[in-house]
Design a protein around this ligand. Structure first.
Ligand code: ZN
Length: 148
C-alpha cells in the first residue's frame, strides 16, 4: 500500500481546469478529455454543447485525449503576475485528436535553443498548491519526451 499521501481523509485532489480528469485510485492515470462530434468527428477540449464545424447540437462522445503531442508554438515569458516565477515557457501543444492545448512546458531550461516547433512532448500532472480546505490543486504541464 502506498502511504506517501500526506492529505487528510477529508481533503481531495481537484483539477485546476475542468478538462483535466484525475485518476481516482492508485495507478489510475490522469488525462485530458474532450468531446467528439458524432456527426462530423470534430474534437474539442473539455465539454462542448455544440459543434462549431457542423452546428450539430447532439450530445458528443466523451474522448480521452492523448498524453503526447507536438509543440505547436511557444514563447518564453519573462514577466508575469507577482508570485509567478519567471522565466517560463508558455506553449500551445497539438494533440493527435486535432485539439490544441495551452500549457506550460517544464523539464527544460526556458531558452529557445532547447525548444523546437514540432518536438514531441508529453503531459504530466503536478500538485501546484493546497487550497483553504486542504484540497490539493492538481495542474497539468507538458515536458519534452525523452528519446533515449
Ligand atoms: Zn460536427
Amino acid at each position: 500500500m502506498a502511504e506517501a499521501e500526506s492529505a487528510t481523509a477529508e481533503s481531495k485532489q481537484l483539477p485546476i481546469l475542468p478538462f483535466l480528469r484525475l485518476g481516482e485510485k492508485d495507478g489510475e492515470d490522469s488525462y485530458l478529455f474532450g468531446s467528439r462530434c458524432k456527426s462530423c468527428g470534430a474534437t474539442y477540449l473539455g465539454d462542448r454543447m455544440a459543434c462549431s464545424k457542423c452546428c450539430s447540437t447532439d450530445p458528443m462522445d466523451d474522448v480521452r485525449l492523448s498524453d503526447r503531442g507536438e509543440l505547436h508554438v511557444f514563447s518564453i515569458v519573462h514577466q508575469s503576475a507577482p508570485g509567478v516565477p519567471t522565466p517560463y515557457v508558455a506553449a500551445i501543444v497539438d494533440l493527435p485528436e486535432g485539439v490544441s492545448v495551452r500549457c506550460n512546458i517544464e523539464g527544460v531550461e526556458p531558452d529557445p535553443k532547447n525548444l523546437e516547433f514540432g518536438m514531441p512532448v508529453e503531459m504530466y500532472t503536478e500538485k501546484v498548491h493546497t487550497d483553504d480546505d486542504g484540497n490539493e490543486i492538481i495542474a497539468f504541464k507538458f515536458r519534452p519526451v525523452n528519446n533515449n
